[in-house]
Design a protein around this ligand. Structure first.
Ligand code: HEC
Length: 120
């Protein structure tokens, strides 16, 4: 490989990296931004949220169209991030679907089957 090619590849990678870190073209959410204390822990309300939005793919926390989440022991931040961000085959749920309070209620409910650890 010629020096010019290597150099232009590096310049291209740097440009790409800085575009990503500025967040200009991407809407990626950071897990760390979801690391804050629980505002609510109404597990009964959380169960309603789960049945409405999650049960279809994670029935009873078990494998369905999504993986089993029982015992996953995610941190609060990881669980909140997953719900807000979605995944390759999981839809994202923003505040118009699941409010901030409902999200924490959902954490309280899913902690009941160790999908998330509320201590973290
Ligand atoms: C349309 C199906 C679908 C729905 C609805 C859905 N999920 Fe998922 N979920 C998935 C799939 C598929 C994955 C695997 C990751 C991916 O898609 O990239 C996943 C991954 C996860 C994970 C990560 C598991 C791990 O071990 O890291 C958690 C936690 C999770 N979902 C929780 C939820 C919660 C809570 C809800 C409701 C708010 C929900 N999911 C709604 C399909 C779904």
């Amino acid at each position: 490989m010629g020096k010019t090619l290597v150099l232009s590849l590096m310049v291209g990678m740097l440009a790409f990296a800085s575009a990503c870190s500025k967040g200009g073209t991407t809407t990626a959410l950071n897990v760390e931004d979801f690391d804050y204390p629980l505002a609510s822990r109404d597990a009964a309300a959380g169960e309603q949220v789960y049945e409405t939005f999650c049960e279809g793919c994670h029935p009873g926390g078990m494998e369905g169209d999504g993986p089993e989440i029982v015992g996953a022991m995610l941190t609060r931040a990881q669980m909140r991030w997953r719900v807000r961000n979605g995944g390759d085959d999981m839809p994202a749920f923003d505040e118009s679907k699941i409010s901030k309070t409902e999200l924490d209620d959902l954490l309280a409910f899913t902690a009941g089957f160790q999908a998330v650890s509320l201590g973290q």
